[in-house]
Each structure stands twice: as C-alpha cells, then as structure tokens.
Design a protein around this ligand. Structure first.
Ligand SMILES: Nc1nc2c(c(=O)[nH]1)N[C@H]1C(S)=C(S)[C@@H](COP(=O)(O)O)O[C@H]1N2
Ligand SMILES: [Mo]
Length: 308
C-alpha cells in the first residue's frame, strides 16, 4: 500500500478507507488509520461498522467540511455559514443527560457512560432540512430505543420530550426574547423507538462539533431537520404531545410530525425537490426522505396532508 501523506488525509478519505478496510479485511495496512479516525470508541465502532447499512442507496456521504460549515442552530445565529465560528468556544464537557418523567428508572448519564453502556453504531442517513437543503451524513451513536427501554417507560408514557441546554452565557441568542428558549422537540413513543431513530455523538467517527449539536443530538432521518434537536440535556417521557420550538414559533408552518413529504408544500415554498450541499442540480424529494419501508406503518390511518 502506498504511504498516504498526512496532509491529504481528510476525514472523508479516512472514513472511506476504513469502510474499504472492513470489506476487504486487510487489517495490518489500514489499522493505524482506523485508530486516528476514531480513537475513543474504536473497539465498539469496529464491530458496529460491520452492521452499517450500505451507502449505495443514499449516495456519497457529504464532505465533512460541508457538514460542519453549513448549519442551522438558532441558539448561535439565524445564519447558516457563521454558526461554526460562533459556536467555536462552546463547551460540550462536562455534560449531563437526564432521562426522566414517566419511567420506572430515571437516570442521569455523562457522555462517556452513555457510550460505554449502549452499543455504538454508525449509520449513513439522508438528512433533509425543511428549507430544502439536504445532505448525507455518516453518524455515530446508538439507537434511541435502547436508552428508552433501559428507563422502562410507564404504561401512561405516550410521548418523548427533548430539551436543549439553556445557557445564555454560551448560547448568545438565548438572551433574546424572540422565542421561548430552550429549544424543545417531541416524538410519539413508537416513533422514538423505531429502529432508525438514534442519538448521535459523532460524524465521520469524530466527536460532534459544537455547531452540529455537541455532545449529543437526535437523528430522525425521515423527518425534517428541525426535529433533529441538538445539544440535548433532558429526555422526558410524558403523557401529552410536547409543543416543539418551531410549532410554537409558527404553528401553521411547522407541525408536530415534520415528516418529509414531497406532496405537502411549505406555505412559502415547494417541497417537491431538494438540493444536497455541494451539488448544483436538484433531486426529487422522497416520501419519508426515502425511509417509507421503515416508518410508513407508524402513520397508517393518519391524513398525511394534514399531519405535516
Ligand atoms: N437546539 C437546536 N436544535 C436544532 C436547531 C436549532 O436551531 N437549535 N435547528 C434544527 C434545524 S432547522 C436543522 S435543519 C438541523 C441542522 O443540523 P446541522 O446544523 O447539524 O446540519 O438542526 C436542528 N436542530
Ligand atoms: Mo432546518
């Protein structure tokens, strides 16, 4: 194998090399690269990588540089290109994630303990913002269902409510009265325990950057981006549907479900097509963002035109 100059080792080439490595099992050559890409969780990740869904039906993962430089994070900015800079000094450690509400076993985790307790997986998912930009992200983390099962929901628990950190000293736009902070999101319990839903702690095998929702965020790939709440401090099992940050801000534009649907337009723009970061052409939007097989059964009997 040719020796790769370290300057040309981008996160993507590391990642792709690592995947090739898993497929061909030439451990001796690719080993050091694997460890550089993913030093903290390499043991757990290596076994999880074997179960990773193939990327071919989602296309090439979006370059790390694009994923980390184009963001939506209103706690820092209403812009997209300046979030990474404004979030640079955000401290994601130490961190506590509280799991509480209608559960038999309420618990508070640190990030390290979460990563040790729950089997780590890596999943390459489509991601679709309601504003029509899109990307393909290789997330690492663990299934949300595992954390919920561990807490043992009580029979009257019907929804899961998620809350972002409230810390105006670190998240400057929380000082404004423009909206009600902290950012809140919610899922039905059966959505939250669907196999696709995950809590992500990394991208391309590296810990999440602040702008991407460090240290832990929700990933629900069949829903619009706003459901994918960042920098979570609290997960609460509740009886009533939580009112999301964006639903509160503009209820006729952002509903509880937020399922990707090419046939239900946003009141101000079409949802029929989307544009992946770095591409110049537009792709057709897919029903449930391409995850119809895994999630359509959750919405049987619901009028999808009304449940935007
Ligand atoms: N706490 C919080 N979570 C959030 C947001 C936000 O402003 N605050 N923006 C949402 C929206 S609209 C999108 S599209 C995604 C963007 O995720 P990304 O910046 O990692 O691409 O984060 C979602 N999660
Ligand atoms: Mo978004």
């Amino acid at each position: 194998m040719e020796k790769t100059p370290s300057s040309s080792i981008t996160p993507e080439s590391l990642y792709l090399n690592r995947r090739k490595f898993i497929k061909t099992a030439t451990a001796a050559l690719a080993g050091p690269l694997v460890l550089t890409a993913c030093d903290k969780v390499s043991g757990a990740m290596d076994s999880a990588l074997n179960k990773m869904p193939d990327t071919k039906d989602v296309g090439e993962p979006t370059p790390y540089e694009s994923i980390t430089k184009h963001n939506n994070f209103y706690e820092f900015s209403t812009g997209k290109d300046d979030v990474w800079k404004l979030a640079e000094n955000f401290r994601p450690a130490p961190w506590k994630l509280e799991v509480t509400g209608l559960v038999n076993k309420p618990v508070t985790y640190g990030i390290g303990s979460l990563m040790r307790k729950f089997a780590q997986v890596e999943r390459v998912y489509r991601f679709r913002c309601v504003e029509t930009w899109a990307m393909v992200v290789p997330w690492s983390g663990f299934p949300l269902a595992d954390l919920i099962k561990q807490a043992e929901p009580k029979p009257n628990a019907k929804y899961v409510k998620f809350k972002t950190l409230f810390d105006p000293a670190q998240m400057p736009r929380q000082k404004s009265f423009w909206s009600q902070w902290p950012y809140v999101e919610g899922l039905r319990l059966d959505e939250a325990t669907n196999e696709l839903a995950m809590l992500a702690t990394g991208i391309y095998g590296k810990p999440l950057k602040p702008q991407c929702g460090a240290p832990i965020r929700l990933v629900v790939p069949w829903k619009y981006g706003f459901k994918n709440i960042k920098s979570i401090v609290k997960i609460e099992l509740v009886e009533e549907a939580p009112v999301s940050f964006w639903t509160k801000a503009s209820p006729h534009e952002y509903g509880f479900y937020g399922n990707v649907n090419p046939e239900v337009d946003h009141p101000r723009w079409s949802q029929a097509t989307e544009k992946r970061l770095g591409e110049t052409f537009r792709r057709r939007t897919l029903m449930f963002n391409g995850y119809e097989k895994q999630v359509a059964h959750l919405y049987e009997g619901l009028d999808l035109r009304k449940n935007f």
